[in-house]
Design a protein around this ligand. Structure first.
Ligand SMILES: Cc1cc2nc3c(=O)[nH]c(=O)nc-3n(C[C@H](O)[C@H](O)[C@H](O)COP(=O)(O)O)c2cc1C
Ligand code: SF4
Length: 440
């Protein structure tokens, strides 16, 4: 199977090797066409975003205004902070020049002269590797003003590597723009959308690292070639990051629509000790978990996973065997979202705290059956009531895990409850005052 994003070519991360293998010829081809022609090909290829929502890349580009007095910007989202996601860093390390070429083509298509690669703050090694690749591309004249001569075109684009602010929320596109502007990483209320009012109030496109790395092969080999790989409604390959209880965790580039069981048992080598699988989260920690007995026949693409009751997210597959403590897992996930909530909206700020507290109470052996329903009620009150999708990211794993493993959770709370402790923990107030003293 041909790999598009991480090809099996030794040392392809070195500029000379990249060029020997046809590097930057797609950019040359694109610059000889109109920007509309380039956008049209990406639209027809069916390429969908690899950052979580699987939105059409070409359609997103077409939202950028054709005529405007303002500068336009391109942001490449490499914040990659979702637990279970670790695929974009492979591109920074093993194929950075294809990302750079993809950025040049995208910038040309949308009319941007400046692009930022926003990389997760903790990715010190990958920030350095990406910067080195960019420095080499600049020195060889493939980026910046010098590219006019290199490609024989009027177009040029400057690219900057920007180290992220160390918060998961900075991966949310509007928060990423605030962070780039030097502000606190607060998500913005939409509309207006970034294509109208983005970075510094100017038209902006934000795409994931993997999305943009797909662009050069689409231009050089043609949209029809790409559209025939994998599932027609979500074509191409996907970088699946497999973690948890598997013998060979890692990143596997496979056609969309590959069976989830194939990925787990063939590529990732199966479950240690041949244990049964209790649960799989198929797209990063924010996606709805699936029961082990729901996995048969599930294909890994946006439409198939939707039909199976989950979502493709970032393609981060987290496998949990039969001995996993799901309450502990969910309590840990909820701790993460509570900690990462930016605090702007009440349902998210308060609700994520409630979820964590209730789960920790159950984990400590002090939960009751009503806690299970309370978890679902709180999750429902977060979902759809917040500025950004971190609300859903926090609510989904809880709502779906509790609903799909209701028997498991009921068994956990069925033993006698220590009411004294339970009631104390049950109080959601961060206060020492007895309830009677609280005035309305
Ligand atoms: C809380 C939160 C965190 C996110 N983190 C990332 C991230 O690290 N990387 C990413 O590409 N998209 C992330 N996204 C999605 C982005 O907002 C945006 O949809 C994406 O970068 C668009 O790229 P694509 O269309 O190429 O998928 C996040 C969204 C939310 C709500
Ligand atoms: S949903 Fe949560 S993270 Fe998003 S803006 Fe509201 S408080 Fe902040």
């Amino acid at each position: 199977m041909e790999k598009i994003v991480l090809p099996d070519i030794e040392n392809i991360h070195i500029l000379d090797v990249y060029i020997e293998n046809g590097g930057f010829s797609a950019a040359k081809k694109a610059f000889a066409q109109t920007s509309d022609e380039v956008i049209d090909q990406v639209k027809k290829s069916g390429l969908r975003g690899r950052g979580g929502a699987a939105f059409s890349a070409g359609l997103k580009w077409s939202f950028m205004p054709k005529t405007t007095d303002k500068p336009k910007y391109l942001c490449i989202n490499g914040d990659e902070s979702e637990p279970g996601s670790f695929k974009d860093r492979q591109i920074f390390e093993y194929n950075p020049h294809q990302l750079i070429e993809g950025i040049l083509i995208t910038a040309y298509a949308i009319g941007a002269k400046v692009a930022y690669i926003y990389i997760r703050g903790e990715y010190h090694k990958w920030v350095k590797l990406m910067q080195k690749a960019l420095d080499d591309a600049y020195a060889a004249g493939y980026v910046g003003e010098a590219m006019k001569e290199k490609f024989g075109t009027d177009f040029f684009c400057n690219i900057y590597v920007h180290k992220g602010a160390g918060a998961y929320i900075c991966g949310e596109e509007s928060s990423l723009m605030n962070s780039l502007e030097g502000k606190r990483g607060y998500p913005r209320v939409k509309p207006p959308f970034p294509a109208q009012n983005g970075l510094w109030g100017c038209p902006t496109t934000i795409n994931n690292v993997e999305t943009i790395t797909n662009i050069p092969p689409i231009i050089s080999k043609g949209w029809d070639w790409f559209s025939k790989i994998g599932e027609p409604k979500h074509p191409g390959t996907i970088l699946f990051g497999v973690s948890g209880h598997v013998n060979k965790p890692g990143v596997y580039e496979l056609p969309s629509g590959t069976l989830l069981t194939d990925i787990i048992y063939n590529y990732a080598g199966g479950v240690p000790g041949n244990k049964d699988i209790l649960c799989v989260i198929p797209g990063g920690s924010s996606m709805p978990p699936l029961r082990g007995d729901q996995l048969e026949g599930v294909k890994m693409d946006a439409e198939s996973l939707k039909a199976a009751g989950s979502a493709i997210g970032t393609g981060g597959i987290m496998v949990m065997d039969e001995d996993t403590d799901l309450v502990k897992v969910l309590a840990r996930i909820s701790h993460f979202y509570h900690h990462e909530s930016c605090g702007q909206c009440t349902p998210c700020r308060e609700g994520t705290g409630w979820l964590e507290k209730i789960l920790k109470r159950i984990l400590a052996g002090n939960g009751s059956v009503s806690d299970i329903d309370l978890l679902i009620t709180v999750a429902n009150q977060i979902e759809g009531n917040t500025i950004c999708a971190l609300g859903e990211a926090a609510a989904w794993p809880v709502r779906f895990m509790v609903t799909r493993f209701r028997d498991y959770f009921e068994a956990r709370v069925s033993k006698e409850v220590n009411l004294k402790v339970a009631n104390k923990v049950h109080s959601m107030r961060h206060t020492e005052f007895p309830l009677a003293e609280v005035k309305n």
